[in-house]
Design a protein around this ligand. Sequence first.
Ligand code: UN1
Length: 503
Amino acid sequence: MSIAKETGELLSKLGVSGSALSGGDLVVRSPVTGEEIARVGQVSGADVGKAIDAAHAAFLKWRLVPAPRRGELVRLLGEELRAHKEELGRLVSIEVGKIPSEGLGEVQEMIDICDFAVGLSRQLYGLTIATERSGHRMMETWHPLGVVGVISAFNFPVAVWSWNAALALVCGDSVVWKPSEKTPLTALACEAIFARAVKRFGDDAPEGLLKVLIGGADAGEALVDHAKVPLVSATGSTRMGRAVGPRLAGRFARAILELGGNNAGIVCPSADLDMALRAIAFGAMGTAGQRCTTLRRLFVHESVYDQIVPRLKKAYESVSVGNPLEGKALVGPLIDKSAFDNMQKALEAAKAAGGSVTGGARVETDHAGAYYVRPAIVEMPSQTGPVLEETFAPILYVMKYADFDDALAQHNAVGAGLSSSIFTRDLQEAERFLSAEGSDCGIANVNIGTSGAEIGGAFGGEKETGGGRESGSDAWKAYMRRATNTINYSKALPLAQGVSFDI
Ligand code: UN1
């Protein structure tokens, strides 16, 4: 069966009508073969305003539905995702080129955040705070915020939406989602799955709780600039964040920015090298290097360099690269030609800076429009040139270090600050890496890789990664507004700070 035909069948099973897949002007291709799999329609500027108005009207009703009842909708969404995990996971593999376990893993991440949000729907706690005045009580209340705009990237086309949507919905918000132009089909599938959950939920789910905007940058800009959108959660490049952040700040809207990563690991003298090898291989080559958490830089202590780097090179030479829909490849395709070109440019620049490259060549297939590459490992004399930038492709830069403090300084000496790892069995090194003078990233791990975070923790990073936090822990607070309430149940009116004002 052709990929286009299979895509149509999967989408029909998921509830997307065939008519949505043809006749539009956005051409959708599968990176697996480069072939066209659909043509979908795109929104115009006026459509964006209408969608936001509808979502705002939905918000006005939804905010009055008790939070645990809102949680019931997300519970149903989780059930629908469980029931359609196979189809949606396969569609992710078709549209993004992920290997089957990663396509399914992405859907599992959606199910997990739904479970998390259902529990959260009964735990949107505020504090009761000691007041300095007698006969008074002070507390805080968390209220729904409004329409939440979600802008997502191609590489996690459905999970990142679900982190935002599951939290926003239990928090009493509605959602307007602008997925990547490269992945509209998985977004349409999510819209249909959500509609099923809404139908089962019943009448108190207002129409317009979720609006999906298939369109280009102009649709994203209209969402970012709209006065009725108090929060935009945007995932993508640092370049995109530099455009979005100031526009949101200009109208005092909130931003959750989850931007580029240039994640590093440090392999210390006491590291369990077998474990480190596996973690590095998955972190650097998994998802063909197209995770924002992908391991891109590795600092290896000189005493273990010759033990681990040759083994890593072997793993790079032998890892199976190929069609993720057939067979057992561990590395699928790059998303498109421009990703391939950027990878080649970075490798050229690395060579010019004295790097020694293993891998990186195109893996030829029968499909001229598909871009498979051998992951590249590059031994660098120092951290310069392309090592300082995120290239969204499977390139791992390896550098030797002698002094732990120096490795730590190098580790932190890049613009991005998303994820980081240390491989050590030395307690002092591990704790220093996690301490205030250690890794400056939003995620810092010991003896596991940089990628593949669980949903229970807050996800995001510092510096040029944008500072936002999504998913677990108390990330929900960004999706609500906090009111501090002081109640006087006395018969007097004492003023705070001992001020007297007797009229
Ligand atoms: C992303 O690449 O934008 O930690 C998200 C991970 C995944 C999420 C990645 N749970 O790698």
